[in-house]
Structures are given as C-alpha cells and as structure tokens.
Design a protein around this ligand. Structure first.
Ligand code: ZN
Length: 841
C-alpha cells in the first residue's frame, strides 16, 4: 500500500473515556508535609497540613488520598469526622466552612506502590543504592500525601522530611534548616512559587554533592559517589542553558535554586519537579563516550545535554505555566522538547536543530505506524499517562516550530513571552496559547490550530517539477497525498520553494491549501537546484522525483545541510552506479558530518560491488558519527573486505557506538565467525552495557544454536538491564520465540521488578512477533501492572492481537468456504463432463 493511502489504527480503546478539567470546590494555598521516610520498611508516616480556601459553601472537603492509612483528621485545630474509601478522603465540616482560610491536618501512613519508589539492593543486583524517590506526574501525588491531585490548582509547599542519619533528603525550593534528633535528620524545604500537586517531590539517598551559583541562583548536583568524575559531562551546560532560556523567554529562571538529582531505576529520563529535577543515572557519559554519548546505541538524540535542557525548559513550560488538564499536556511537553532544540540551535548551530527535529519526526512517524494516529489535543483516553507519547512530545515540538515559521522569530518569541507572562503561576490550555500569539502578531491562528492540534496526521506531499524553456518558467505540481478522513484534513500552510539560478539562491514563499496546487515561477534562467522546504520548517513526508543532475547539484551546492542530506538519500535510493561519484565526493568533503554520514549510508544503500569499492576507498573517517555511518553502510555487502573492516571497528574503535553499529552490521552481513566476534565484544566495557545490548541484538540475525543460550542467559533478572533488552531485540530479529523464551517473557511481563523490561515485552516483543501465546498475560498485565504505561500498551496490543486472531480465523473460515466451493465446482464439473461424455451404446 502506498504511504498516501495508509489508514492508521485508532487511539481509542473500549476503555477510553472523555476527560475534562476538574471542578474545584476549594483552593489550596499552602501544603506543609512532615513525614518520616523508612527505606527498610518501604513506608512513610507523618502528617499533611493543607491551608484551604473554600470557593463556595463547603461541608464535605474532598481530597485524593489513595492507598493510605489515615489515623486522624483535624479541621482548624479540632478533631473532626471523615470518610475514607482508599481513593478519596472526605473531611466533614460541621458547620460548613465560613469564607476565608481553614486548616486541614491529616495524620497518615502509607506503603505506596506508586508515587514513591523504594530502591533496595537484592541478590541479583547487590550494588544497587538504597533510595526512595517520588514520581507524582500524572496523578500519583495522592499516593504519598492527601491533596487535590489534578493540575488545575496551585499552592506553595513546605516539606519536612525525616530520614536516618547519613541520608540526604532533597526537595523543592529553599533549604531552610537541617536538624538532628538522635539518629534521625530532618530536612526542611520550602517552595514559595505556587505549583500543581504533581510537581512536589523528594529524593532520599546517599549522594555526592556539587554546587555552583549563577546570577544568584544556586545550582546543585546530587550524584552517586562513583560518578563524581562524570558530573560535569552530564550537567556541565546547565548554567549556559539557564541563561539561554532566560533570554529566549524574556523571563529569568523563576525559583531560588535548581537541584538536579540522579537516582537508580528511574522510570523516565527525567522529571521536572519544581526547582528540583529528578533524573536517571543512565545518562552519565564517561570519558570514552563523552563526545557522542547516547543512552542506548539505538536511540540517537537521547543524551545528557538534551535531557538536561528538556527538564530545565519545563521549569518555565509546565512548572511556571501548567496545562489545565492532561488533554493539553503538549503545552508542557511540546515546549520542553522544542526548547531543547532551541538550545542546540543557539549553542551548536541550526544544522543540529534540524537534525534533532528530523529524529523527532522519525519517532512520531514510527508511533503512527506501530501504534496509532491521534490529534495532539485529545480528551479520550484511559489513563492520563496515555497522552505522554510522540504526538505530545515530538509532534508538539514540531507544531511549535511551524508556528515560529508562520509568525517569524520576532512575533513568535514575543508571543511566547506574552503567554508565559499572562499565565505565570497559573494554568493554561491550548487556546490560551493561540490567543497570546494572536494578540502580539495580529495573525488569526484559528485554522492552523484546528488542523494541526485538534485534527491529526501530517501532509504527505508528491512534488513534480518541469522546466519550460520558452517561457523561462519553473512549473511545480504539489499534491497532498495523505488519506483524508474525519481525523486528517488537507492542510493549509505556507512553504518555501527555493531555486538556485545564475543569479543565486531565490526563496519564494507559497501557500499550500488544496489537494493539488499548480505553481509557476518565472525565473531568469534554468535552475541548477529546486528545493521544497529545504530549511525543514514543517513536518511532512515528501516524494520529489528529481533528475540525477538536479540531485547531484543539490548535494554539492545547497547551502542547507538538511537539503544536501536529503539529496544524498534520494541518490542512494536509485541503486545506480552513476550516483557513486557525487556520493563519494560528499562523503569525503562535505563540511557537515550530517551530510558526510548520510552520503556514506547512501553508498551502502546502492549496494553494488562498485559501491563497496567506493566505500573502502574512503578510508576510516575521523568523525565518530561518520564512522558509524560507515559501519552501517557495510551491512549491505557480503564481501570479506567489508567484513574485515567491521571486525576491526567492532573490537577496537574508540567510540562504543561505532562498535555497536559494527556488531549489528557484521551479523546482518552474515560474516564468517560473526558470533565469536560478538561474544568477544560483549566483554568490552561500555556505558550502560550498550555494546552488550547491541551484540545480543545482533545475535538475533545469526542462525546458530549457541545464540539461544546466549539470549536465555541475558534475559533473566540479574543480567544488566540493557543486556536484557538486547536479548529481547535478538528474539525479535530472529522472528520467532522458542517455548522456553515465551515462558521467560511471560514471567517478565507479569512479575519483573524492572519497569523497562516489562514495558519492552508489551510494547515491542509481543506486537512485533504477533505473539498470541501471550494474549492471556497481556490481558492480565493491562489490569495489574503498577505502571499505567504498561497497562495501556498491554491493552492496546491485546486488542490488536485479538483482532488479527479474528482476521486469521475468518480467513481460515473463508478458506474453508472456498474449499467447499471448489469441491462443489469439481463435482459439478465431473457431473457435467459425465453428461458431455458421448455414451457408448
Ligand atoms: Zn518533559
């Protein structure tokens, strides 16, 4: 099926329900929490004091208080009646509350299974640090303190956290005091900027500490002692980022301090708790990986700089201005994701912004292909966390980028500042942003928002170009080929068409608004290059059939690296030896590593003997990312010369990620002795065992009995986390799972302590193998998993597998019917032939 005719799976499940911002009966002015955190018993105990102001006559004060034991409640200092059903705590005010502030104090204890995560070493992982950390987004704050657990109310907060001596407790705001009482220590923190409940946090553990001060703001880093030498590699750009974001938004970093704490087994990359971000320990680059670090070889762009920038940007987008309900979560995540790219642009140049945006586009396209298509602004979901997907993050970032293009930098940044100023310390929804941008620019954005935020998908273009010598005109036909339906429209948006003629580069902006546009441009001379949105301002797929000459010129002469890279990709897809010369030249001489790498990859895609000769004649590129492209390109060749080079890269390259790429290419190319090489490479140290993961991933392509043992050994609880993922990737690459593997995978899905591996089974292994043997376990995980992301994905995949099972059985049924028909036909024919046969008489 052509991509333009693709129908996407729906985001809606039978369990989906529409959600709207919650009604409030009171406002919480201040929260004071006094709790003792017991790491051994995985328990916390204490009291929560809430200063509330009723918004109407109020007799029943309803708080969210999940799975906790409540021992006493007082209202304005007097013990009072309450009802508690494990979800809600209703405090009875008798008589009803008078206007003005009142104080509710709840004494409670809890052993949370969500909201707070207690980490302890065990036999399988004896080196793990004892820690407790919170994760309150989306609605898990009420698992550790009673509160109004929705984003549309904001209060100041104060945390007094008591822990055993030797442990630190890090929380939001300013540290007021540390007091000792026998073998206990109490840390007293206070955040004076009002914020939503989900932004409250604490981390308890043993940490090394580094501090610096920038423009009166204290920057604090809390890290495992073993990572002391890598702290700067992780956080070194924080101060610079703070300055850049202050300038871009026109608003100085709004809180007293900024703490960044890395914790074990974190279930996200990071969480933007107000003024005290929590982050994963897996993002520490080491000396060897610093230059091209990424958390896993298979996730380009997932690195410390991007993560730190993302969470810091949230301090403005999400913390200072907060989405009014999760339907508008993209206001938090889209902006944080986009600002991380703006930092790249400011500090490292526009090519890096475009590169990162194109990685984002790939993630979003992948979500649409493997999961579903949905509008960014979405009310119908099962759990709020369902919305934290690529439509929210990656497409959200893209839609902001497009707004910048439509409005221009001046109006765009003014509009963003207007939005932040107007909704500071408050909540906002999608139309609030629209109005802010409209107010400063005068532009009506209603249609844009309707198409790009409230509807779904993206334009898929087919572009044709011809030159009319007589009239000296360039003619372009631009078709939008996406399948339109009630979700996906024909989009209306401006677009740059760029020509390079004798007079130089000319940019013409046109408005695309119908399924087919015929455009004519008068040019003085026949263009050497014709480009469609070469600066990559909008999210799209585009097929633009160009002549070899146009592509070769574009690869050589376009001023936009992104456009040169596209030309390289297009040339590579022709699989013709004529393209080797320009690709080789680009791979050697282009000033941008992005283009050199893409040209090398394209040489690999050509796949001929001559292409391999070209690749090998290039030598070993100095840039690590280009070497990775070299390793990737060599996967396409069966020739020994390529295999020898891959073996060298695998065992000796200074970049772990080049080694990973070489591992996969060796296996894909079915090189002799690949398995032995992989086993050797698995023992080489790399950050997060990424090389071990890649080797197991690669082993899946090798058809040798020994691979089975290797995979089983690394699937088990106790193996390094990334190796376990690698083993699962290996199974996926093989294309099927053996019975013992299925049993192990079921066990992981239902019982494993590690979120990431459970999620991987539901998210990748089950759907990719269409593993119907796991139907029952998927159904169970969709109800019982502690993480709603696993629950949601398991449910999605369960329905999908069920559907394919039904399709298969209906096809089988159809098959039976066809067989039946055939039989009838045969009998009929036989009968007829008997009739036809001349009778001997
Ligand atoms: Zn985020």
């Amino acid at each position: 099926m052509a991509s333009g005719e693709r129908r996407y799976r729906s985001f809606y499940l039978p369990e989906s329900r529409p959600h709207f911002a919650r009604s409030r009966a009171f406002h919480t002015e201040h929260l004071k929490l006094e709790i003792e955190v017991d790491l051994e018993r995985k328990r916390l105990e204490g009291r929560a004091s809430l200063r509330i102001v009723p918004l109407r006559s109020l007799q029943r004060i309803e708080l969210d208080a999940r799975a906790m034991h409540i021992s006493m409640v007082t209202l304005d200092g007097r013990e009072c009646k309450y009802e508690h059903d494990n979800e809600k705590l209703v405090v009875i005010a008798d008589p009803p509350l008078s206007p003005g502030a009142h104080e509710v104090v709840v004494s409670y204890s809890a052993s949370p299974t969500q909201g707070v995560y207690f980490i302890q070493p065990d036999e399988a992982y004896p080196d793990k640090e004892a820690q407790a950390w919170t994760q309150s987004e989306a609605e898990f704050a009420s698992y550790w303190f009673p509160c109004y657990d929705s984003p549309n109310d904001k209060s100041t907060s104060e945390m007094l956290i008591t822990v055993s001596e030797g442990f630190l407790a890090i929380s939001n705001g300013r540290l007021l005091s540390v007091s000792k009482n026998r073998d206990k220590v109490t840390y007293h923190w206070k955040e004076e900027t009002p914020h939503s409940s989900y932004l409250n946090s604490f981390v308890v553990g043993k940490f090394g500490v580094k501090k610096e001060e920038v423009d009166g703001i204290g920057l604090e880093y809390y890290f495992p002692e073993g990572k002391r030498n890598d702290v700067t590699r992780y956080f070194g750009e924080t101060a610079k980022m703070m300055k850049v974001f202050g300038e871009l938004t026109g608003i100085k970093y709004p809180y007293a301090k900024y703490a960044q704490t890395t914790v074990e087994d974190f279930i996200y990359g990071g969480m933007e708790n107000i003024s005290a971000t929590t982050l994963a320990t897996t993002y520490y680059p080491d000396e060897r990986s610093e230059e091209d670090f990424q958390v896993s070889y298979s996730r380009e762009g997932q690195n410390a700089v991007n993560l730190v920038a993302h969470e810091l940007a949230h301090q403005w987008f999400g913390d200072l201005v907060t989405c009014a309900d999760w339907t508008h979560a993209w206001l938090n995540e889209g902006f944080a994701s986009y600002f991380q790219c703006l930092y790249l642009e400011k500090e490292k140049g526009v090519d890096l912004l475009r590169r990162d945006m194109s990685l984002k586009a790939e993630l979003y396209f992948d979500e649409e292909e493997t999961s579903y298509r949905r509008p960014i602004v979405e009310r119908n979901y099962v759990y709020p966390d369902d919305l934290f997907d690529s439509a929210t993050y990656e497409k959200g970032a893209w839609m902001i980028h497009q707004l910048r293009y439509i409005l221009g930098d001046d109006f765009f940044f003014k509009g963003v500042q207007e939005y932040l100023t107007q909704f500071s310390r408050d909540n906002a929804e999608t139309n609030d942003l629209r109005k802010s941008l409209e107010r400063v620019s005068g532009e009506s954005l209603e249609e844009y928002f309707e198409e790009f935020f409230f509807k779904a998908g993206y334009p898929e273009f087919e572009v044709e170009y011809s030159w009319d010598e007589v009239g000296s005109t360039a003619n372009l036909t631009v078709k939008q080929r996406q399948l339109t339906d009630e979700q996906t429209p024909i989009f209306r948006l401006p677009c740059d068409i760029v020509f390079y003629t004798r007079k130089g580069r000319t940019k013409r902006r046109v408005l695309l608004s119908s399924a087919e546009e015929k455009l004519t441009f008068e040019l003085g001379s026949r263009p050497r290059i014709v480009e469609f949105d070469p600066e990559e301002w909008f999210l799209k797929k585009v097929k633009f059939g160009k002549s070899f000459e146009l592509l070769a010129n574009q690869l050589r002469e376009s001023i936009d690296a992104s456009s040169r890279a596209r030309a390289a990709a297009d040339l590579g897809s022709t699989k013709n030896n004529a393209v080797l010369a320009p690709l080789k030249e680009a791979a050697l001489t282009d000033p941008s590593w992005i283009v050199r790498a893409r040209a090398l990859q394209a040489l690999g895609e050509v796949g001929t003997e001559e292409a391999l000769t070209s690749i090998l004649s290039l030598g070993i590129p100095e840039n690590r990312r280009v070497r990775r492209a070299l390793a990737r390109a060599l996967a396409n060749f069966k020739d020994r010369g390529g295999h020898k080079l891959l073996a060298e890269l695998l065992l000796a390259d200074e970049s772990p990620y080049v080694q990973c790429e070489a591992a996969i290419s060796l296996a894909k190319a079915q090189a002799d002795g690949a398995l032995q090489l992989l086993k050797k490479a698995m023992k080489i140290n790399s950050p997060n065992f990424t090389l071990m993961e890649a080797c197991l991933d690669a082993a899946g392509y090798i058809k040798e009995e020994e691979v089975r043992t290797l995979i089983m050994e690394n699937l088990r609880y106790g193996a390094p986390s990334r190796a376990r993922t690698g083993a699962m990737k290996g199974i996926i690459n093989r294309g099927f799972a053996y019975e013992d593997e299925v049993a192990a995978l079921k066990e992981i899905l239902l019982r494993d302590k590690e979120f990431r591996v459970r999620y991987y089974v539901a998210d990748q292994v089950a759907p990719r193998l269409a593993e119907r043997r796991m139907l029952e376990e998927l159904k169970r995980a969709s109800v019982s998993d502690r993480d709603t992301r696993v629950r949601r994905r398991a449910l999605e995949v369960y329905y999908e597998l069920l559907r394919t099972a039904e399709t298969i059985s209906s096809i089988a049924k159809l098959g039976e019917e066809v067989e039946g028909l055939k039989k009838e036909n045969r009998e009929l024919r036989e009968r007829l032939s008997r009739l036809d046969r001349p009778t001997d008489s």
